[in-house]
Design a protein around this ligand. Structure first.
Ligand SMILES: [Zn+2]
Length: 76
């Protein structure tokens, strides 16, 4: 049974709820009882979103120098 992440915009409580995909999503917050719950897309793991786009330096200006041109497009 898939596990879904929800967050309540009213009390900012984040919780997990497992229910079949055919079931309607949770709308009522179990903590404050308001219908401010929205589903969060979960990646199923611990991933920090701030680390995915760390600059690793500029790409090489000529891909042919790295052996990336295998089709002779560079004329070499
Ligand atoms: Zn709430």
């Amino acid at each position: 049974m898939p596990l879904y992440d929800y967050k309540c915009d009213a009390c900012h409580t984040q919780f997990e709820q497992d229910h079949p995909m055919s079931a309607p999503p949770v709308k009522i917050c179990p903590h404050c009882g308001q219908d401010k719950v929205r589903k969060i897309l979960s990646t199923g793991g611990v991933m920090s979103s701030g680390m995915s786009r760390s600059p690793a330096g500029p790409p090489p200006s000529s891909p042919c120098g790295m052996g990336g041109c295998g089709s002779g497009m560079c004329g070499m």
